[in-house]
Design a protein around this ligand. Sequence first.
Ligand SMILES: *[C@@H]1O[C@H](CO)[C@@H](O)[C@H](O)[C@H]1NC(C)=O
Ligand SMILES: *[C@@H]1O[C@H](CO)[C@@H](O)[C@H](O)[C@H]1NC(C)=O
Length: 520
Amino acid sequence: MMMMNIRTPLPVSSHNCCFFILSFFIFFIFTKSTTPSHNYSDALTKSLLYFEAQRSGRLPYNQRVTWRDNSGLTDGLDQGVDLVGGYYDAGDHVKFGLPMAYTVTMLSWSIIEYGDYIARAGELEHAIEAIKWGTDYFIKAHTSPNVLWAEVGDGDTDHYCWQRPEDMTTSRQAYKIDENNPGSDLAGETAAAMAAASIVFKKTNPHYSHLLLHHAQQLFEFGDKYRGKYDESVGVVKNYYTSVSGYKDELLWAAMWLYKATENQGYLSYVIDNADLLGGIGWSITEFSWDVKYAGIQVLASQLLADEKHTKHKDILEQYKSKGEYYICSCLNKNNGTKNNVRFTPGGLIYIRQWNNMQYVSSGAFLTMLYSDLLQKWKRKSLHCHEKEVTPQELLEFSKSQVDYILGSNPLNMSYLVGFGPKFPTRVHHRGASIVSYKENKGFIGCTQGYDNWYGSSDPNPNVVVGALVGGPNHNDQFNDKRGNYMQTEACTYNTAPLVGIFAKLDYLKNENEVLHFSY
Ligand SMILES: *[C@@H]1O[C@H](CO)[C@@H](O)[C@H](O)[C@H]1NC(C)=O
Ligand SMILES: *[C@@H]1O[C@H](CO)[C@@H](O)[C@H](O)[C@H]1NC(C)=O
C-alpha cells in the first residue's frame, strides 16, 4: 500500500504526550448516546464511486460504475483541441472548468491531510484516480502558457435536453480564456488544483507531479499578469458559475498552494505582500465554496504559523489566522450577533442558502476538522471565539455532527449521501441516473424524449448515483425527493470532495475507539 507524504498527521503514536487526552475525547465523542456514528468506511468507498459516475470521455477498463459508458468523445474537435475527459459537475453535461478545478483542489487537500487514513481504509488508489481524472483533463485544456479552455458545452443549450451523456446531441462548443480574454479566477483555481495535486503525486509519480507543477506555475503567472474575471470573457458561464467573489481569492489561493508544493519563497512573498490588496486579511466571511476561497486560504496560512521557519512573517500570518478563526467560530455559532454566524436548521445543519446548501456543510465540516487538528498540533486547549472558548474536541464533534446529519442522523432519518444507509434520495436530478442505462438499452433517447419519458416520471431513478451528496434539506430540515426539485436533489462533485478525507478520519477514530473500549 502506498503511503503519502502527510503534512499534519494526527498524533497516532503512543509516545505522544497528547495521545491519552485525545483518546479520551475520542472515546467520549463516540460513546455519547446523542452522537451516533455511522459506517464511515462504507461512506468513504461510496464517495469515491461518485467521481466515476461523473466521468466524461472514454471510460477505462477498471471503471466500476458500470451503468455509464463513453461520452463527449468529440469535445474540442470543432476548435481543433482535444478536450475529451474531465468531469460533468452535476446533473447536466457541461464541463465547467471552475468547479471542476475546485473539486480537484479539495480532493487533493483531503489526501494531503488525511491520506494515511484513506490508505488505511484501502481507498487511496481510488482517491488518487479521482484526482488524476481531473488533472489529465487540465493538462489537455492548458494548450499554451496563456491559453486555458474554460468550458465545454453551455448551460442554456444543455438544459433544453434531458439525455444520457452517451446520447448527447447538444452543442459541445468549447470556450477559452487567453491574454485578450482573461480569467484570473479560473487560471488561479486550476493552478491551485494542479499544485495541490502535484503534492499528492510527489512520491508515487514524480514525473507527473513535475508536469502538474509546471502547468500550475504557468497558469498562475498567466492569471496574475492578465487580470480579469473569467465570466466577463466566457459569457456562457454567467448564470451558472459566475465568479461573484472575483479573482483575488483565487490568486492568493493559487500562490498558497504553489508555496506548499514548491516551498519557493517567491510564492510565500506573494501571499504576504498581497495579503491586504487581494483581500486575504480583510474579508471576514462565513462561506467557503467553489466561488469564495478566503477561509481556505486563511486556514492554510494558519497552518504555516505552526512552522518556525515562518516566524518572520508572523504579523501577516496572524492576521490571516484571525480571519480564519472568525470563519471557524461562525460555524460553531460563537461569534457575536447573528450576522457574524452561520444559520442552522432546527436539526443542527449549517444553513447558508436554499440552493445546494450541502456544499457549505461539507466544506465547513472539512475546515473545522482541520482546525481541530491544528489546535492539537499547537497544543492549544481552545480557540477563543467572541462568545466562548471552543476546544479542539468541540470542533471535532461539530464536524462529526455535520457528517452524521448528512449520513442520516437528522429529523427525516434520510441519508443525503446517495446509496448510503436504508433511506436516501431516489429521484436525484441527474440526467444519466434518471434514464435507463445505456448499457441496458442502446436505443437513442432524444432531447425532449428524455423529458417526456424519464424526467417527469415519479419512479425512482433506474441508476443509483452512489456517493453523490445532493443539495439537501431546506431551512426546516424538510426535503422533497423530486427530480424537478433541483435545488435539493441535484448533487455536485465539489459537495462530495471535502468528505473524502473526513470520512477516512472518522473511520479511523471510530476504530481507535473500539480499541480503547477494550483497554478501558
Ligand atoms: C461497513 O460497510 C462495509 C461495506 O459495506 C462492510 O463490509 C462492513 O461490514 C461495515 N461495517 C460495519 C461495522 O457494519
Ligand atoms: C427517525 O428515527 C427515529 C429513531 O428510530 C424515530 O423515532 C423517528 O420516528 C424517525 N423519524 C422519521 C421521520 O422517520
